[in-house]
Design a protein around this ligand. Structure first.
Ligand SMILES: NC(=O)c1ccc[n+]([C@@H]2O[C@H](COP(=O)([O-])OP(=O)(O)OC[C@H]3O[C@@H](n4cnc5c(N)ncnc54)[C@H](OP(=O)(O)O)[C@@H]3O)[C@@H](O)[C@H]2O)c1
Length: 234
C-alpha cells in the first residue's frame, strides 16, 4: 500500500463505479484519499463504500459533486455529456477529471472511433463545462485491467499521463495519481489531449505496444513526437 496522502481533507467524488470508477475508488482509498461514490442507481456505490471502509461513502450524484473538491466522471462519453448538461452549475470551481476515450463498438463488437479524426474527447467535454471548472484529462490512458494491476509497481512505478491547460487541475490530479500508486506526467495541454486517448494516441497504453512505462520512458515518449526528426532509438 502506498504512503497516505497529505491532503486528507480534500474529498474526491467518483461518478460511475464501473471498471474505471471502481478501480480508482479502491486505489484512492488505498492511498489514503477520502472519496464519495455515485452512479445512476445508489446500490452499487453503497456496496462498494461499505467494502472500502471509513474513507468511502455513497451519495446521490448531486450530493457527491456538491461536497467534493475534485470530481472524476468515470462515465462513457454520451452519459458524461448528458450528466454535465444536467449538473453544470454544480461543477463550477471543481477540478473535473475525465478518463473518457472516444470508443464505441460496431455490430460485430469491433472497436470504432466515435468522434471525427482530429477531435479529442477532452475538447468535447471541456467545452461543455462552466467557465470556472478546472478540467483535466486523466485516468483513461490504461486499460481497466492494467490500471487495476499496475498500481505501486516495483522497483519503478508506472506512469499515468494527464493533459490540462489548468495548473490548479494539474496540482490536484498529480496528488491523486500518486495516491493511486502511479507517477504522474503531464503530456501537455488540451492541444495534446489526443495523444493520451484511444484509439490512436501515441501515449495511450495501446500506442505504447500495451506497455506500462516508468518516468524516464514516459518523458522520452512525450518528447519523442516533438523531436522526431532527431530522436534516438529507445
Ligand atoms: N474500461 C476500460 O478499460 C477503460 C479504459 C480507459 C478509459 N475508459 C473510459 O472510462 C469511462 C468509463 O468506462 P468504464 O469501462 O468504467 O464503464 P462502465 O464499466 O460501463 O461504468 C460506467 C458507469 O457509469 C455509470 N453511469 C452511466 N450513466 C450514468 C449517469 N447518467 N449518472 C451516473 N452514473 C452513470 C454506470 O452506472 P450503471 O451501471 O448504474 O448504469 C456505471 O457505473 C469511459 O469513458 C471509457 O472510455 C475505460
Amino acid at each position: 500500500m502506498s504512503t497516505p496522502s497529505t491532503s486528507m481533507s480534500e474529498t474526491t467524488a467518483i461518478v460511475g463505479v464501473g471498471n474505471i470508477g471502481g478501480t480508482l475508488a479502491r486505489h484512492l482509498v488505498g492511498g489514503g484519499e477520502p472519496i464519495v461514490l455515485a452512479a445512476k442507481d445508489t446500490t452499487g456505490p453503497q456496496a462498494l463504500a461499505r467494502e472500502l471502509g471509513p474513507l468511502a461513502r455513497a451519495a446521490s450524484v448531486e450530493e457527491a459533486i456538491g461536497g467534493a473538491d475534485a470530481v472524476v466522471l468515470a462515465l462513457w462519453l454520451d452519459a458524461m455529456r448528458e450528466l454535465i448538461s444536467r449538473h453544470a452549475p454544480l461543477l463550477e470551481g471543481k477540478v473535473v477529471i475525465d478518463p473518457s476515450n472516444p470508443i464505441g463498438f460496431d455490430e460485430n463488437a469491433q472497436i470504432i472511433r466515435t468522434l471525427p479524426d482530429g477531435q479529442s474527447a477532452g475538447s468535447v467535454v471541456a467545452a461543455l463545462l462552466p467557465a470556472g471548472a478546472h478540467y483535466v484529462k486523466a485516468f483513461g490512458t490504461l486499460s481497466a485491467d492494467a490500471l487495476a494491476g499496475g498500481a505501486n509497481r516495483e522497483p519503478r512505478r508506472a506512469v499515468l499521463f494527464y493533459a490540462t491547460d489548468d495548473d490548479a487541475a494539474a496540482t490536484t490530479v498529480e496528488r491523486l495519481i500518486r495516491a493511486t500508486g502511479f507517477d504522474p506526467l503531464r503530456a501537455g495541454g488540451m492541444g495534446d489531449a489526443e495523444r493520451i486517448q484511444a484509439p490512436g494516441g501515441d501515449l495511450h497504453q495501446f500506442g505504447l505496444n500495451g506497455e506500462l512505462v516508468d518516468l524516464d520512458q514516459a518523458r522520452a515518449a512525450v518528447g519523442a513526437l516533438i523531436t522526431s526528426a532527431d530522436r534516438t532509438p529507445r
